[in-house]
Design a protein around this ligand. Structure first.
Ligand SMILES: Nc1nc2c(ncn2[C@@H]2O[C@H](COP(=O)(O)OP(=O)(O)OP(=O)(O)O)[C@@H](O)[C@H]2O)c(=O)[nH]1
Ligand SMILES: [Mg+2]
Length: 396
């Protein structure tokens, strides 16, 4: 699964990305530092079922630390979006296309209000950060509406005159965006546009596009630079209706993760505190920086980076984690590795979807599945539950 990190220039997207992935990327206090998108691997966490077995696991795709499984998630950090990007402003709309395959977005907003709409530096509080939320929503909607508008007349005619199913035609058009027919159905129902589709104007397509984005690409808002944001600016973001907002200090998270990697301190991403190693030799500057971060954590409770990803994946998108195994008694693969894999799957996925996720052959030759906890036999349409340990049996 791919999550896109979006927002205006200079908001801290690459800092958020680097904090979540520890990938080396360019970060600087001017707009358009990022030109080519960066892709990296972050993770979300779930309890590892190995404790139920009383045996350590031998992870393959998702490491386990002290009973917590780190389930991988692809992140994409793109260039900054400016108003009218869909018309080619800023770095144009070519990188919007990088976002096609993203299933969800983290919108990184500069909550400090110290950068204008285009990312140029101003004094803290000069810019109203809620304005950025609106324009980004607009840009994403215009982008999707632009895809809809191409060949719209022809498609609407096919639906009206030849009686073809509009939802089907639309979802074919939108497959590149990863939108499913059921999502198109919901969006059409919710916007309830009137009159024949052929008469729908740009404004109506934008309304439909807005709804398609809302349903098909969930978004969470990272109120970033919360360490230097004026209280009222942060509050105005937190009070926005219909959007989940989490205050973040990406810079704090990046510093803590790098320091932990360098064995200077102990820190679990997402935690509310860290402990300095007694044997670490820190410079005065480093100590001062850590003191500031400690103050921030005491005030806000967490840096918010990991919280954003977990909330987006589990609460907004309702994803679940499933553990496929080949032996339902020992919870191993054919080489005896215990609980080797952990997969993120959309809620509503069934056993056959899991089989396909493991391997196409396993999906094609599916016979049955087994719940490794209860040993109950499951058919191809059993709806998977979060934390399930499942064996798939297939024709060889
Ligand atoms: N105080 C503070 N500064 C931050 C935070 N996150 C990022 N910054 C700073 O904001 C500036 C821009 O950060 P980037 O991560 O390069 O921003 P970006 O959104 O990727 O920018 P573009 O690639 O130009 O679109 C840098 O100077 C960062 O150090 C934060 O949480 N707090
Ligand atoms: Mg960047």
């Amino acid at each position: 699964m791919l999550v896109g990190i979006v927002g205006k220039p200079n908001a801290g997207k690459s800092t958020f990305f680097a904090a979540a992935t520890l990938a080396p990327v360019d970060i600087a206090d001017y707009p358009f530092t990022t030109i080519k998108s960066n892709r990296g691997i972050a993770y979300v966490t779930r309890p590892c079922p190995h404790s139920e077995l009383g045996t350590e696991c031998s992870p393959h795709n998702a490491p386990c630390t002290e009973g917590v499984r780190l389930v991988p998630l692809d992140l994409l950090d793109v260039a900054g979006l400016v108003p009218e990007a869909h018309k080619g402003r800023g770095l144009g709309n070519q990188f919007l296309d990088d976002l096609r395959q993203a299933s969800a977005f983290v919108h990184v907003v500069d909550a400090s209000g110290a950068t204008d709409r285009e990312g140029n530096i101003e004094s803290p509080g000069d810019h109203d950060p809620t304005d950025d939320v609106q324009f980004l929503e607009d840009e994403l909607a215009y982008w999707i509406a632009g895809i809809l508008a191409k060949g719209w007349d022809k498609m609407a005619r096919r639906a009206e005159i030849e009686g073809e199913n509009l939802e089907k035609l639309l979802s074919e058009r939108l497959t590149g965006l990863g939108l499913r027919e059921a999502q198109v159905h919901l969006a059409l129902r919710d916007v309830a546009l009137e009159g024949p589709p052929r008469r729908w104007k740009e404004e109506e397509l934008v309304r439909l596009a807005r709804e398609l984005r809302r349903i098909g690409k969930p978004m969470i808002l990272a109120a970033n630079k919360a360490d230097v944001a004026p209280e009222d600016a942060l509050q105005s973001l937190l009070n926005l209706p219909d959007v989940r907002v989490i205050p973040t200090c990406s810079e704090c998270e990046l510093a803590l993760r790098r320091a932990a990697k360098a064995d200077l301190l102990d820190y679990v991403p997402g935690a509310s505190a860290f402990t300095e190693r007694t044997d670490a030799s820190l410079t005065g500057e480093q100590r001062e920086a850590l003191q500031k971060i400690r103050g921030y954590l005491n005030r806000l409770g967490f840096t918010g980076v990991q919280r954003c990803l977990e909330d987006l994946v589990f609460d907004q998108m309702g994803m679940i984690v499933v553990f496929p195994v080949e032996d339902e008694n020992h919870w191993t693969d054919k080489d005896g590795n215990v609980l080797p894999d952990a997969f993120l799957m959309p809620r509503g996925s069934v056993t056959r979807d899991l089989a396909y996720q493991v391997h196409t052959d396993l999906g094609d030759n599916f016979i049955r599945a087994v719940d490794a906890r209860t040993k109950r036999v499951l058919g191809k349409d059993y709806e998977l539950q979060d934390g399930d340990v499942i064996r798939v049996v297939a024709r060889s």
